[in-house]
Design a protein around this ligand. Sequence first.
Ligand code: SAM
Length: 266
Amino acid sequence: MKHEGFARPKKSLGQNFLADPNVARKIVAALGIRPGDTVLEIGPGRGALTEHLLESGAAHVLALEKDRDLAPALKARWPELEVVNADALRFDWERLDRLPGIRVVGNLPYNVASPIMWDLASQATRFARAVFMVQWEVAQRIAAVPRTRDYGGLSVWLQSHVEAHVLFKVGPGVFHPRPKVDSAVVGFTPLPVEQRPAHPERISAFIKRIFSQRRKQLGSILGKSLGDPARAYLDAQGLSPVCRPEELSPGQIAGLMDAVGIEDVR
Ligand code: SAM
């Protein structure tokens, strides 16, 4: 991708542009596009991934870009691209369900990658696959298992909504400007609706509450909320009030929330 005609990279928008076509091709291949598919790219930037998406056989390529300078430049370069100049942090991801089977991709701005994935993975239920490049540490948190240092609220929330995998690592040398950290590409497929939380706003509040004090024991975090039904639940799971939140799987966290009682979780 040539740099002529584009403004200087903006640090405030997390603009580390991908400058290696091989990595771009590998990310697009991971999306598994089939002829006729619709693809949404979040943060197309100068189009490092976009140009491969447009050559992929996809019927429609949509791009969501916050930068007011880049959005028209992209449209001028690729008239067939549908560019939406909007903020992914404010996007209503439920709208994607009107396009079942859509594939979503993005080399996400690192400063806002977690909230974008948090919202998208929970609000959209019918996308075929999503592939994101994120900071290496964030990728580790996304795929972390219980009783590990990286396991926390982001792991529980995302794994309650999607199947998530770390696909491959990417070093800082393939970006311009070069970031200070390693990156990784992650892949998501949505869990069937019946396996997702029935009351996402409640589980979100519960996850935030227990992981904001992750070093404490469940008994001290939950205090009086940890009544007999919750104690019985923990016991049946081979757990106890002295366990820390990071010892519970996403399913056990949902089970504990139900046992605590809906009105008590906030
Ligand atoms: N896809 C390009 C690439 O791989 O070279 C650009 C990646 S760059 C890491 C992140 C892109 O996301 C930038 O183009 C930036 O302007 C855009 N961006 C930053 N914050 C955004 C937001 N809240 N909503 C939508 N796009 C955003």
